[in-house]
Design a protein. Structure first.
Length: 651
């Protein structure tokens, strides 16, 4: 059953099937249609350095990159692609090369003669990039802008036809044109329209070797915009393949989780024909991470069918949050909660609070709640040591243990099975919260009626389905179908020994649910050799990447490319060291000014490369200090933050 005419980006919201796109020929590695989902990456060498670019490209190819992209900011770099391509071919590497073009149609026409695909950005290929000064365009001026695009773009299409070169229309959230911003603002609709302008020309010119991307460092914006684009493309019978990626995702845990939340959400919907995981790390590291994510999603193919809930008016192209009742500190307008699952533990170690984000105060000798402190702990048994638990930590115990546990703490809450909740009398359980562990199959009409009669209920939604993400999505849609306002905590158990695997899989599935606005809490557990600290950090990382709960400084950093004129990874590391305690701020570190200021989006402060040994500093989108010495930049940024009253000393 199709859920609604609203969600035309996806064949079925609850049963995985990959979108069938048209096929685009890119060298000897076609994209889309029934081809595998391709993995790609981008060099960060100077494109004028043939040796360095070739050696890095080989490392990327051997790590799994099926397309290699190189920055091509000018004619000189475009000409040099010929030599890079020739050297790779001579050494036996036929992996398609992609030229990344910004601001320079002339560079694009040169590069198209040598590489297999060129990437052009609608926001800066012809139009003036938005200057945020509120320019106004009359209808005549707006149409004149479209004519300029045709004048520049059609000759490029002709060259690409002649050389059998594909084109990616790559729209970035941070580089929308002045003309588009004047009409649509900084919105998904603006990004979609900017993309469609170029796609319509491709269709008119009968040029079919096209791919599309719409990217943002804001995962929610990215997901909603790509969904909207596909819906609009379907109306116009445009079926070009999609390239997915979260820009400026960062490095380490943050980069992996953020990429998995955004890209994984779309892969789960069956969207995407090629992906790039943009990490502020060596580019050969990116492809193996991307391959893991794609392989995980493809494990859902052919799963046992999930019965679709009835028709709903929810439009997942829009920004949506399910309306729920407030049960103590869960649901309503309360922050999304984190539950640490210790249900598989037989006893607690003395330092278990440290494993879930609490710190012992040297002065009071009591536990203090840190930024990554869980709100509840869930245990199957009962341990009298709960009298020593942190005071702010709620305890969830099986209902059969509740009476014994409750005598030690009024912060103890019972957990009922679906069957007990449905059939037993719960009046003796005086707790303010009644947790109920259940799955999709438990949501009968009788169960719904019992839920609606119990204002204390909070659901712990579990799934062991092959496509657990979709079953948990269906779970909440069915609650909405019955107009049930009970809060939902998503509970998942993984079996991983590799931290990266856990981060990617949990973020891919659970992050998507929070982007959809469906959850009030997360409960993540893992069987395997991964510490409690790391599992807990992954849960908080997912919520931050999905933009539903901020618990640490958010660092937005690009992966670097040939335009970067400083050691980006070193700078990001130093910035994190200096600013990691400012959990209320978003700080961007960008390699250059091409996309830097725009792609920082909604950051509070930004550090952007301005030239060799030079940096410019920003407060939001406002340039505060220009072209200062790089060795002074971090101290200058600290001073700017202090002057604006946003600085806090580290504890």
């Amino acid at each position: 059953m199709t859920i609604s005419k609203l969600n035309t980006f996806c064949k079925d919201l609850f049963n995985y099937s990959r979108r069938l796109s048209s096929e685009t020929q890119i060298g000897k590695t076609p994209l889309g249609a029934e081809q595998p989902i391709r993995i790609q990456s981008m060099t960060n060498t100077d494109t004028n350095d043939v040796k360095a670019s070739v050696e890095q490209a080989i490392r990327m190819i051997e790590s799994g990159a099926e397309y290699v992209r190189l920055t091509t900011q000018g004619k000189k770099e475009a000409e040099n692609l010929k030599f890079i391509k020739a050297e790779l071919m001579e050494r036996g590497y036929e992996t398609p090369l992609v030229a990344d073009i910004h601001f320079n149609p002339e560079a694009a026409t040169i590069a198209a003669q040598y590489v297999d695909k060129i990437r052009v950005n609608p926001g800066n290929f012809v139009d003036k990039k938005a200057d945020l000064k509120g320019s106004e365009y009359s209808e005549e001026m707006y149409q004149e802008g479209l004519k300029k695009i045709r004048k520049k773009f059609i000759p490029l299409i002709d060259i690409c036809k002649e050389n059998k070169t594909a084109i990616r229309i790559g729209t970035n959230h941070g580089s929308l044109s002045d003309r588009i911003m004047s009409r649509y603002g900084d919105t998904p609709r603006g990004m979609v329209e900017a993309t469609l302008e170029f796609l319509r020309i491709c269709k008119e010119e009968r040029f079919n070797d096209v791919a599309i991307s719409i990217k943002s460092s804001n995962t929610v914006m990215m997901v909603k915009t790509v969904r909207l684009l596909v819906s609009e493309m379907n109306k116009e019978e445009l079926y070009y393949p999609l390239h997915l990626g979260v820009t400026e995702a960062g490095e380490g845990e943050d980069g992996r989780i953020k990429s998995a939340v955004g890209t994984g959400a779309l892969l789960n919907d069956g969207l995407g024909d090629t992906i790039r995981i943009s990490l502020t790390e060596d580019p050969e590291i990116e492809s193996p991470v991307g391959r893991k994510m794609v392989d995980y999603v493809l494990e859902k193919e052919g799963h046992y069918p999930i019965a679709s809930p009835s028709y709903s008016q929810i439009n997942l192209c829009d920004f949506y949050k399910r309306s729920t009742q407030e049960v103590v500190n869960i649901g309503g307008r309360k922050p999304v909660v984190v539950i640490a699952d210790f249900s598989l533990e037989r006893h607690f170690s003395s330092d278990f609070p440290e494993q879930i984000g609490y710190k012992m105060s040297a002065e009071s000798l009591e536990w203090e709640k840190g930024d990554l402190a869980a709100d509840f702990i869930y245990t199957n048994g009962f341990d009298p040591s709960i009298r020593d638990f942190p005071k702010e930590l709620g305890l969830i115990v099986d209902s059969v243990c509740w009476e014994d546990a409750f005598q030690y703490s009024d912060r103890v809450h019972p957990l009922f099975s679906a069957e007990v909740f449905l059939h037993d009398d719960l009046s003796s359980f005086t707790s303010d919260i009644h947790f109920v562990s259940c799955s999709y199959s438990d949501l009968t009409e009788e169960f719904m009626n019992k839920l609606q009669a119990n204002p204390k209920a909070v659901l712990l939604c579990q799934s062991r389905h092959q496509n657990a993400f979709a079953e948990q999505r269906a779970f909440v849609f069915k609650l909405i179908q019955f107009n049930c306002k009970t809060p939902v905590v998503f509970h998942r158990l993984f079996n991983e020994n590799d931290l990266e695997d856990l981060q990617l899989k949990s973020a891919c599935d659970l992050g998507a649910l929070f982007i959809d606005g469906l959850g009030n809490g997360i409960c993540l557990n893992n069987i395997g050799n991964i510490s409690r600290v790391e599992v807990n950090a992954a849960a908080f990382g997912i919520l931050q990447a999905a933009r539903v709960r901020t618990s640490k400084t958010e660092f937005i950093s690009c992966p670097g490319c040939g335009r970067t004129l400083f050691k980006l990874q070193d700078v990001v590391s130093e910035v994190k060291q200096k600013f990691a305690h400012l959990s209320h701020l978003k700080i961007g570190v960008m390699g250059c000014i091409v996309n830097g200021p725009g792609e920082m989006g909604d950051v509070d402060y930004g550090y952007v490369g301005a030239g060799a040994g030079r940096v410019s500093l920003y407060k939001s989108q406002e340039l505060v200090k220009k072209n200062i010495l790089s060795e002074d930049a971090i101290e200058e940024l600290i001073q700017i933050i202090k002057e604006n009253g946003d600085w806090k000393d580290a504890k």
